[in-house]
Design a protein around this ligand. Structure first.
Ligand code: ZN
Length: 302
């Protein structure tokens, strides 16, 4: 008969199964960031996420505006679940919230949204208190799983949250709905109250970073078009601490659930900025030059 040790060895040789993975436990001194050893693309991929976003490493870009369709109100069928790795709001497969424009080659349908505490992406090496991922599949694919095996099959919009004096009402609605399932992995709950996604998006959706990367959880498929907004939203410290009391599948508190940043390697990081503002800025420079020419003409006449 196979010993437990042999069975464990065999299991680790097979690699981490998609449903059976863990975030590394923080060290006794509270340190985080030890390697996950999730296997496959997570360990060997060259186009992984998250990344540190450095302005100096970015190139300028300009895309048409994002168009959000039926995006604000979630359908009544939306529900919240503690999947042991995060709290996630799942939309019904018939849901029609979608986004296009913003440099996307086709329409992307919203499938689910979830949270990481602290943030996964850092900006100029700065970590934020919370990061929300709005996960979309390209409309031609039936599911996120199917989309994940195709380049640009998935689009994730990432929203960062900074600590503020006041609680965030939309986040509070999610926390209230989560409270009965904090320690109940895979239990689902209806949303308590109506959540408006516009309240969870930055006001300025014309400035964002764009790069091609991966899912940040196993199997880390490199099929994601990332959009990271630099404008962060407020959340209170108490709310951040509430996320940290959610339990994982081993009934331990999920103190942190972010993956460390991965190297950019040879990828292009694009900083998309408001072309209207750029254009009016250019006009101001042009009119300034015109005034200077007039002035020098006037001087030369006297
Ligand atoms: Zn995520």
């Amino acid at each position: 008969m196979m010993s437990v040790a042999t069975a464990l060895l065999l299991l680790s040789a097979v690699g981490t199964l998609a449903a059976d993975w863990r975030y590394p436990t923080p060290g006794p001194d509270g340190s985080v960031g030890s390697p996950e050893n999730w296997g496959g693309s997570c360990d060997h991929g060259r186009r992984q996420s998250p990344i540190d976003i450095a302005y100096a490493a970015s190139v300028r870009g300009s895309y048409p505006e994002f168009i959000f369709d039926s995006y604000d109100s979630l359908p009544d069928s939306a529900y919240i679940v503690n999947n042991g790795h995060t709290v996630q709001i799942n939309l019904d497969s018939s849901a029609s919230s979608s986004v296009y424009g913003g440099g996307f080659r086709s329409k992307y349908v919203l499938e689910q949204l979830h949270f990481h505490w602290s943030s996964e992406h850092t900006i100029e090496d700065r970590r934020y208190a919370l990061e929300m991922h709005l996960v979309h599949r390209q409309s031609r694919y039936a599911s996120v799983e199917q989309a994940s095996s195709h380049k640009a099959g998935i689009a994730v919009l990432a929203v960062l949250f900074h600590v503020d004096e006041h609680p965030n009402e939309a986040i509070q609605l999610i926390l209230n709905s989560t409270s009965p399932i904090k320690a109940k992995v895979d239990d689902r709950q209806p949303l308590r109250g109506s959540l408006h996604l516009n309240d969870l998006l930055p006001k300025d959706r014309t400035v964002y970073f764009r790069y091609e990367g991966s899912l940040t959880t196993p199997v880390c498929a490199e099929s994601v078009v990332w959009t990271v907004f630099p404008e962060s939203l407020p959340i209170s410290l108490g709310q951040v601490q509430d996320f940290m009391t959610i339990h994982d599948a081993d009934n331990r508190t999920l103190v942190v659930n972010y993956r460390p940043v991965q190297p950019l390697n040879t990828r292009v990081l694009v900083l998309v900025s408001d072309t209207e503002v750029e254009a009016s800025g250019a006009r101001r420079i042009a009119s300034g030059m015109f005034a200077a020419v007039l002035l020098s003409l006037a001087i030369s006449l006297f």
